[in-house]
Design a protein around this ligand. Sequence first.
Ligand code: KIV
Ligand code: ZN
Length: 390
Amino acid sequence: MANRVYIFDTTLRDGEQSPGCSMTVPEKLQLARKLVELGVDILEAGFPIASEGDFQAVDAVSREFSWVQVAALARANRLDVERAAASLKHARRPRIHTFLATSEIHLKYKLKKSQEQVLDEAVAAVELARSYTDDVEFSAEDATRTDWDYLEQISRAVVAAGARTVNLPDTVGYSVPEEYGALIGRMVRALGDSAIVSVHCHDDLGLAVANSIAAVQAGARQIECTINGIGERAGNASLEEIVMAFKTRSDRLPFETKIVTEHIFAASQLLSRTITFGPQPNKAIVGDNAFAHEAGIHQDGYLKERTTYEIMDPRSVGVPESKLVLGKHSGRHALHKRAEDLGFQLGKDELDLLYHRFIALADRKKGVSNDEILALLHEVVGAKAAAAND
Ligand code: KIV
Ligand code: ZN
C-alpha cells in the first residue's frame, strides 16, 4: 500500500536516553506489551552495547514478542554490531539499526574522520549486520546538517551494501518542515524502491511532529517516534500526535498506520507511571487538559454539540467518557472499569482499597472527577508498592 506508514517506536531506546526515563528490564517488558497492543510495527528495545540491562531488555522483548520486529541500536563498528546481533539471537524478526554521524560538524569535532572514512565504516557496518539479519537499518546521524550530495552518496552506498531502511534523522531538531520535506523528497527519489526512507525528528524547536509529517508527504514511509514525545533533550516526535493527525485530517493526510488509537491513553499513562514524569497538562492528545473544557462559552457550545469544541472523540484515543459521573452510589464494577480506562490493572486488594477511599471521598462530594480518581489510583498503587518494599 503506497500510503502505509510504518511506526517505529523508540520509547524504550531514545525515550529512555533522557533524564528521569531509565527503565528496568521488567518495566520495558511491561511497556513493550502495551506498545504491541497499540500496534507499533517496529519496537526498538535498547542499545545493547550501552549496558547489560539494555542487552537483556532487547533479548527479553524479542523472545516475548516473537511476532514483532524488534530493533537493537549499534554504532557503526564491529563490537556494537556484534553485541546487537547477540541480543537479537532469539528474535524471529530481528532488525539491526546501525548509525554513524555524517554532518561536517560531527566529522570534524566529534569523529575526526573524513567523509571517505565514514562512508567506508558505514558500508562495513551494514555488511556485517547483514551477515546476521536481512533487516538492517542505517541512520545518518545529524542528517539535516549534512551536505545533501554526500548524504545521497552515503545513502546509496549503504543500500548497495544491504540496508533496507535508510533513516535521515533531524538529530538536533534544527530543520523546518519545508526544508526537511525537500531533503526527504530528494532522498526518496534517489533511492526509489530500493529502500524505505525513515525519519526521526527531535523537538528542540517544537517542530518534530510537523517535520515528520512533511517528510511523509515527501515520500518517507517510516516514522521513528515515542509515546508522550519523550527522548533526548526536548524529546522525539510524539507518536500519538502524528497518528491522530493522520486519523483526524485524513482529507489532507491520507496515510495509514496500524495503530489501535484506543490504546493511546493507557500507553501514555503506563509510561508516565514507569518514568519520573508525565506529559504537561496541555499536551496534545494525552495531557490532562486535552479534552477538558473550562471556559463558560466553550462549555455551553460543547454541551449543545460536542464537535463545536472537540475535533476528536476522547474515546478514540482511550480517554474515558468524562460525562460518566461516579458518585457514592456507584459500585465496584463501574469503578474497576474506570480504573481500566485510565490505564490501571488492579488486583482484588487494590480494588478494595480504592473502593473504600473512593466511597469516603464520594460521601463528601456531589461527584468524583477523573482527576480525583487518578489521584486515588496513584495513592493505592503507591501504597501497594510501599507495602511490598517494607
Ligand atoms: O537522534 C538520532 O540521530 C538518533 C539516531 C541514533 C537514530 O537517535
Ligand atoms: Zn534520536
